[in-house]
Design a protein around this ligand. Structure first.
Ligand SMILES: NC(=O)c1ccc[n+]([C@@H]2O[C@H](COP(=O)([O-])OP(=O)(O)OC[C@H]3O[C@@H](n4cnc5c(N)ncnc54)[C@H](O)[C@@H]3O)[C@@H](O)[C@H]2O)c1
Length: 425
């Protein structure tokens, strides 16, 4: 008989065996993504002769996807020595991992690690003493701070939940090095969190469940950047979308955007599928499962697996059936509850992560922020910094030109008019 933890740890994915095949698939995936990632390719072309990252050891804690391999290979082309571990135990694409290993990147990751193995790989990376850290979720930033690992010149952070952690670290103990908030770049969260995660979450749902979206009642918990993207994609596919929120302004925005807004408890008996994306814990708890409709689907698109009380589900049904990859069906008090991807980021675990074009925007911000740190770390205060506006605008300009879009410029008179109006005000 399986115990609770072995059931909890059971692999949900597809099994591969041959590492040569994996490398070939990883290479093809990398080449596919590169073709869509024109901004980072331009940055690489601009700097690869000068090798501005030579003599720098970079440590990345990111989801190991084909888009990540493009960022890693770009940093390598600029001269960096690179180590990478995964930002999530279930988001490792092993063909990409093999491709990176083949290209002499130190990869501290494996498919479906245990919790201990997952944290060990982050600790391994921390011990390799990178000069600059690029993190997604701040696990690595937290570990190097806890272990007081020295000689780190600076870092960057990719996601909203990671920024919450860094702000808390900053207020409690202070930061040991400057960190750039890449999530807050406009060319990051406007597109990656909203359009990218919106689309890839729906892809993850379709791939794992194979159900019709149109006509179903979807409840999206959180109407931030990610929630907006998911809701608008669902609406586009004909779903009936209800939003739950705690922020009155976001709730009002959702209402004026034309969505139904309700308290979570009022939606529980009606919703066909619930998607959490708040960055908060305990959104769907043991008290809520009893009220769910028979056959309801539960998914999470927030960074950490703390939004749905997954542990409680495993205590109530120790042997959930796995009808499809990444789906587990629990029977609780006679009702079926379907959990997707163990409550971990559905778009990365059940899908493939965000589309290459939006990751191009995010990772171009990452690469330019890393270059910015190498030039400015001596003068940067040990605190959380915003991405410089020039970087954000540069990324937008190159993106527009890669899409073949030209825009107007202000005339001299318009600049004067604007400046005067500003001064008079
Ligand atoms: N899956 C991905 O690829 C991906 C991409 C980007 C961000 N993220 C993650 O998604 C999460 C959300 O990111 P975001 O950028 O949208 O953040 P955000 O701060 O813009 O939005 C979060 C929203 O959730 C709301 N909220 C908080 N507690 C709530 C509760 N109890 N009930 C209902 N709503 C609540 C907040 O009021 C806010 O409007 C974070 O964990 C972030 O790290 C995931």
């Amino acid at each position: 008989m399986k115990n609770k933890s072995s059931t909890h740890k059971r692999s949900l994915g597809v099994k591969y065996t041959n590492s040569r095949d994996l490398f070939e698939t990883g290479k093809l995936s990398y080449e596919w993504a590169v073709r869509m990632m024109k901004i980072i390719t331009k940055i690489t072309e601009k700097y690869q002769r000068a090798k501005p990252l030579a003599n720098f050891k970079l440590g990345f804690c990111l989801h190991i996807t084909k888009e990540t391999s493009v960022l890693i290979m770009a940093a390598k082309a600029l001269g960096a020595e690179i180590s990478i571990c995964s930002a999530n135990p279930l988001s490792v694409q092993i063909d990409v991992m093999e491709f990176l290993r083949y290209n002499e990147i130190n990869v501290f990751a494996k498919k479906d690690p245990s919790k201990v193995e997952f944290f060990e790989s982050i600790i391994h990376l921390a011990k390799s003493k990178p000069h600059i850290i690029t993190d997604d979720g701040a696990e690595l930033h937290s570990i190097v701070h806890k272990r007081k690992i020295k000689d780190i010149l600076g870092g960057t952070e990719q996601t909203t939940s990671g920024i919450f952690r860094i702000l808390s670290l900053e207020s409690k103990t202070g930061l040991n090095y400057p960190i750039i908030d890449v999530n807050n770049a406009k060319t990051k969260h406007f597109f990656d969190n909203r359009y990218g995660t919106g689309q890839s979450t729906i892809y993850g749902l379709m791939k794992t469940l194979g159900i019709l979206i149109a006509g179903k009642i979807f409840v999206v918990c959180g109407y931030g950047w990610v929630g907006k993207g998911i809701s608008s994609c669902l609406r586009g596919l004909g779903a009936r979308v209800t939003i739950t929120e705690v922020d009155p302004i976001k709730a009002l925005e959702a209402h004026i955007d034309g969505f139904d807004v309700q308290r979570l408890k009022d939606t529980l008996p009606k919703g066909d599928c619930f998607i959490t994306c708040t960055g908060q814990r305990d959104i769907i708890t043991k008290y809520d499962f009893d009220l769910l409709k028979n056959g309801a689907f539960l998914a999470n698109a927030g960074h950490f697996d703390v939004e749905i009380d997954v542990a409680y589900l495993y205590t109530q049904d120790k042997h959930p059936v796995q009808p499809r990859p990444y789906v587990e069906s629990f029977i609780i008090k006679g009702k079926k509850i379907n959990l997707i991807a163990k409550g971990r980021v559905i778009n990365l675990v059940g899908g493939e992560g965000n589309p290459s074009e939006v990751m191009d925007l995010s990772f171009s911000n990452q690469l330019l922020s890393i270059l910015y740190i190498t030039k400015n770390y001596k003068n940067l205060e040990k605190k959380l910094h915003q991405v410089p506006n020039q970087i954000d605008e540069k990324v937008a300009q190159v993106a527009l030109s890669s899409f073949g879009i030209k825009i107007d410029n202000l005339t001299r008179e318009q600049v004067d008019y604007h400046n005067k109006a500003y001064v008079n005000y």
